[in-house]
Design a protein around this ligand. Structure first.
Ligand code: CUA
Length: 345
């Protein structure tokens, strides 16, 4: 067997690195949102700031590493070198002042550059045509309210595209009902903490149609990792149609009557609202248009009939720690209930 020498280990690492990086990049292509791919003004500003900070710190890195490499090579010990130890110098006020003041100046510059960008984003006043959305963090999902439109949904924010010609930004009010969460959709804006008893504000003006992925960015308990959200950016007319559809009360389909009755006889209605029915709980997500959403459990599963049935049967099997209890329903009851939920389009 070949012994693993440090040199071999370094070579193995160096050879494996490109493959590892390529697979990370491929995975990133599919799922991971990047701050380097912005589509909204605050996110563009953040990318610009990142480049500036990388520029400044990169320059410092090159200078320091360059001097270190130069010193290592220029003053290395050579064969037959008789000089022994270099002179030992203890303390130099001038050098100590220099290496205190220079980093201080660098930190102040970085601080001022950052403050300028933060101020630029924060001072933007809400224009007349802006859409207002309130996002409420829960363990472990996002409640999304449109106070001006009478819509309540969950884990998906639908907004109109904001082209620079006729800007229609969306202003977000961020709240939490339990613990501190953090709202972060990297391609749209920076992170903003969602704090109980405090209201935070931020805004986005997505210029490109598409669906952008966000995630809670502050550890908030067992299911912090499954607190995903989607921001869907529509053309104006498509957004209007989404609003119109969301504003309608829930359907009442005769075929799903058994499920409807079951739903309203169980504890479901203590936590969930279905507009147009007696169910008006506010602890869990509003289910009026449940089937218009892509995921259940804030991204824990795709919103398919099978997953929905499994979720109602035992939420903890899909999302351990989820606050929705299992109702211990029979297979028939589950079928009826799922059939009813499927009508909530
Ligand atoms: Cu909510 Cu982490």
């Amino acid at each position: 067997m070949t012994p693993v020498t440090p040199r071999r280990a370094v070579w193995a690492f160096a050879l494996a690195l490109p493959t590892a990086l390529a697979s990370i990049a491929a995975a990133a292509e599919r799922t991971t949102p990047s701050i380097f791919d912005p589509v909204s003004t605050p996110a563009f500003a953040i990318r610009e700031l990142s480049y500036r900070v990388f520029g400044i710190t990169g320059f410092i890195f090159v200078v320091v590493a360059g001097l270190a490499v130069y010193t290592l090579i220029r003053f290395r010990s050579r064969a037959g070198d008789e000089r022994g130890e270099p002179p030992q110098i203890y303390g130099s006020t001038q050098i100590e002042i220099a290496w205190t003041v220079v980093p201080l100046i660098i930190v102040v510059v970085l601080f001022l550059v950052t403050a300028r960008y933060i101020y630029g984003i924060e001072r933007r006043a809400m224009p007349a045509g802006a859409l207002e959305v309130t996002v409420v963090g829960h363990q472990w999902w996002w409640e999304v309210r449109y106070p001006g439109l009478g819509i309540v949904t969950a884990n998906e924010i639908h907004v109109p595209v904001s082209d620079p010609a006729g800007a229609t930004p969306t202003f977000l009010t961020l709240e939490s009902v339990d613990v501190v969460h953090s709202f972060w959709v990297p391609q749209l804006a920076g992170k903003m903490d969602v704090v109980p008893n405090k209201t935070n504000r931020m805004w986005i003006d997505p210029r490109t149609l598409g669906t952008y992925v966000g995630q809670c960015a502050e550890y908030c308990g067992t299911q912090h990792a499954w607190m995903l959200l989607l921001v869907v950016v529509h053309p104006r007319d498509e957004f209007e149609r989404w609003v119109a559809a969301q504003r309608t009360p829930a359907r009442d389909e005769v075929a799903a009557r058994a499920g409807y009755q079951l739903f309203h006889s169980l504890a479901c209605i203590n936590c969930h609202t279905v507009r147009g029915t007696p169910a008006n709980g506010v602890f869990g997500p509003d289910l009026t248009h449940l089937m218009s959403r892509r995921t259940i459990g804030a991204g824990a599963a795709s919103n398919t009939p099978e997953a929905l049935r499994a979720w109602v049967d035992d939420p903890a099997a899909i999302k351990p720690g989820a606050l929705m209890p299992t109702m211990k329903l029979s297979s028939d009851e589950l079928n009826h209930l799922t059939a009813y939920l499927l009508t909530l389009r």
